[in-house]
Design a protein around this ligand. Structure first.
Ligand SMILES: C[S@@+](CC[C@H](N)C(=O)[O-])C[C@H]1O[C@@H](n2cnc3c(N)ncnc32)[C@H](O)[C@@H]1O
Length: 188
């Protein structure tokens, strides 16, 4: 099953490497590292950016309260189809649109801000204008005291993230392909 998933991912990566950002789905180690850092049990609205084939999405779901709204943004229609097949949960809204449009969907579901924004977007390989616009919206639509968790395969976006967030903690997950850095950013 995972082999099929990764074959599809590899194929899409060859078509659009900058946007897909990885040749393999995230490992359970990375999904655990991301979700162990945050207490999702009292969150009312959680957003995931770049859900891909849903490895991290499923781990987040295990930790959400029954009445939490969970918005999952994925721009690649093939991945959206797979997510829709895999995830059947009333808390989840799968959105086939760019992460730049967080504000539109928060408004649609009657939320002003999100408590957590969790992202696997390949910030470093997106056009600078796109990544800047996404980060601007992440900061604007994250609640005060909320957290933005971003994983990346290098530290090259750290400066861009620090432009918006003064509090950023970085950890490293070796058991992922490729190994990944996890940034936890708090909106003070
Ligand atoms: C590195 S993959 C991570 C996938 C998945 N979260 C995982 O951990 O296996 C990045 C994902 O971001 C998606 N993506 C890229 N640009 C996007 C954008 N502007 N808005 C929403 N999703 C985007 C890609 O299609 C891809 O599925």
């Amino acid at each position: 099953m995972d082999k099929v998933k990764n074959k599809k991912l590899f194929h899409l990566f060859l078509k659009n490497p900058g946007r897909i950002g990885s040749v393999a789905a995230s490992s359970p180690f990375l999904a655990r590292e991301i979700t162990k850092k945050i207490d999702l049990s009292s969150a009312k609205c959680v957003v995931e950016l770049g859900s891909g084939t849903g490895t991290i999405t499923k781990k987040i779901l295990e930790k959400l309260s029954p009445d939490c709204l969970f918005l999952c943004f994925e721009i690649e229609p093939d991945f959206v189809k797979e997510l829709e097949k895999k995830i059947n949960d009333p808390r989840v809204k799968i959105i086939c649109d760019s992460a730049e449009n967080i504000d539109i969907y928060l408004k649609k579901y009657r939320f002003e801000k999100a408590d957590y924004i969790i992202s696997g977007l390949p910030l470093a390989s997106l056009p600078t204008k796109t990544s800047r616009s996404i980060l601007r919206n992440v900061y604007a639509y994250l609640a005060t005291g909320g957290q933005y968790i971003q994983f990346q395969y290098s530290l090259s976006s750290l400066r861009q993230i620090k432009y918006f967030f003064s509090s950023v903690a970085v950890s490293f997950v070796f058991f992922n392909f490729p190994p990944a850095f996890v940034y936890v950013c708090v909106k003070g």
